[in-house]
Design a binder for this molecule. Structure first.
Ligand SMILES: Nc1ncnc2c1ncn2[C@@H]1O[C@H](COP(=O)(O)OP(=O)(O)OP(=O)(O)O)[C@@H](O)[C@H]1O
Ligand SMILES: [Mg+2]
Length: 465
């Protein structure tokens, strides 16, 4: 059987209410039964004290207990409160008022003993723990009035009490059901409505409607947070979807351009517009190399995305890697008319990483500096250890990148000036790959404006030892 949340809530509240009602009922029953007995006995002692003057007056009037031995039926009449006037005959005594003590039937448990403690009339078997009052006439004890306490609540009283309890139980039980229904209804209206809204919206989101949102309230409770998190999730999905589309468009655009050039050149060769000579071949090879690099970079990024990019890490010296990579750029720098200032510590910079990937990282950064720095400019590459980190700073001279665009440098296919970069052939993937490599080494990379007038890229990698 499938129960919805409101029904389950109703069942839970109802069971809780019923359990509390039953527990209270049982508790009240036990307590009252015990206290009720104490109350009965207390009332009875009061009734006993009240009866002492009446019984004493009866003895004084009759001169002995014989009248009771002859007519035991006068006993209950005798127990009635004595009128002030002693001469009023027993038979004319008014009936006892309906005091609680009278209602409890206490007088049925009174026994009258004579001076020798022999039973004259009343309760047949006075108990050991009976409460006693002496009947004293003119200073002589002429008898004893004895009360046998209640041991249990009499059947009648118990029945009355049980009935009252059952009645209360029904009222409380009915109230509990009504209360549970009201609470469940309120809860399902007030609390579950936003949950239902989120459930419906999730359904729409799963069906591909990424623009779906749920109304958000300002409350910082679980439901408020759920709605906020849902909206955040939908927004992220929407952004990811937009990024995916953009990425696909970028990839196809990037592939189409060199393919178009290749196609054009091949056609020109076929039509005899161009000669198939060494220059034409070099141009064709350059276009193929661009395509090759692009496909390689995309492949590498997609591997990094699925976490399948393999890293063979070992203990290495970052100083050596940086020195080697910078050395390999000697010719490239000279041809670009750039001067490199290398500042490395005298000792090694131990780290744990993949030497091939780290060379790729620094080569990418140096390649960018060569490409995007005006001829006659300068580069400064500095590495040092600071605490548990190795800091590598690469500065270059103008042109720089506008501060607004700095955070976007690491996005795929992002180029500051598409036209300028196109001339140098970059696709805008290099820094994304750099960022992946740094992240795989538990490091950080960020870009800032350099005091030299160009870009300052800082790489932080964890140091070893
Ligand atoms: N040192 C730099 N100085 C100025 N601009 C830079 C520098 N490095 C990168 N850029 C800008 O950032 C953009 C992104 O760089 P990135 O290395 O990601 O891509 P790319 O160099 O254009 O192409 P790829 O590296 O994929 O061949 C570049 O197009 C360039 O506009
Ligand atoms: Mg680059």
């Amino acid at each position: 059987m499938k129960l919805n949340l409101a029904t389950r809530l109703f069942a839970a509240v109802l069971s809780a209410a019923v359990v509390v009602a039953v527990a209270m009922g049982v508790g009240a029953h036990v307590n009252l039964n015990r206290d009720f007995l104490g109350y009965l006995n207390e009332q009875s002692v009061g009734r006993l004290d009240l009866a002492v003057p009446s019984v004493t007056a009866g003895y004084r009037q009759q001169g002995s207990w014989d009248f009771l031995r002859e007519r035991p039926d006068l006993w209950y009449r005798l127990l009635r409160p004595a009128p002030d006037d002693n001469r009023v005959p027993l038979s004319a005594r008014p009936p006892a008022s309906a005091t609680p003590a009278e209602l409890t039937g206490a007088s049925r448990r009174f026994t009258l003993l004579d001076a020798e403690r022999r039973r004259i009339v009343g309760f047949a078997s006075p108990a050991e723990n009976a409460v006693e009052r002496a009947i004293v006439v003119d200073g002589v004890t002429v008898g004893w009035l004895v009360l046998t306490p209640f041991e249990s609540v009499s059947y009648g009283a118990e029945k009355r009490f049980a009935d009252a309890q059952a009645r209360t139980g029904w009222v409380v039980g009915g109230g509990a059901v009504l209360l549970a229904a009201a609470v469940a209804l309120w809860a399902s209206r007030r609390l579950l409505r936003p949950v239902r809204q989120v459930a419906d919206a999730t359904h729409r989101l799963a069906a591909g409607d990424h623009a779906t949102r749920v109304p958000q309230n300002d409350k910082d409770d679980e439901i408020g947070r759920l709605a906020r998190d849902f909206n955040q999730l939908a927004l992220t999905l929407q952004r990811n979807e937009a990024m995916r589309r953009e990425f696909m468009a970028d990839v196809s655009h990037e592939l189409r351009t060199p393919l178009g050039v290749l196609h054009g050149e091949l056609e020109a060769l076929e039509d005899g517009v161009r000669q198939l000579d060494a220059t034409a071949l070099r141009s064709l090879k350059a276009e193929v190399a661009t395509l090759h690099k692009l496909v390689d970079d995309l492949y590498e990024l997609s591997l990094a995305d699925v976490g399948a990019l393999s890293y063979r890490k070992s203990a290495l010296d970052l100083r050596e890697i940086i020195d080697d990579t910078a050395g390999a750029f000697g010719e490239r720098l000279r041809s670009s008319g750039l001067a490199l200032q290398l500042e490395l510590p005298p000792g090694p910079l131990p780290a744990f990483g993949d030497a091939r990937r780290l060379r790729q990282l620094f080569a990418n950064l140096l390649e960018n500096s060569c490409r995007y720095t005006d001829a006659g400019g300068a580069l400064r590459l500095k590495a040092r250890r600071e605490g548990r980190q190795v800091l590598i700073d690469l500065h270059d001279s103008a042109p720089g990148v506008h501060p607004d665009q700095l955070p976007r440098l690491f996005e795929r296919f992002f180029r500051v000036e598409a036209s300028r970069s196109r001339a140098s052939g970059g696709a805008g993937l290099g820094l994304s790959i750099c960022q992946r490599i740094v992240q795989a080494h538990e490091g950080r990379i960020d870009a800032r404006p350099s005091p030299l007038g160009g870009l300052w890229l800082r790489v932080e990698l964890p140091a070893l030892g």
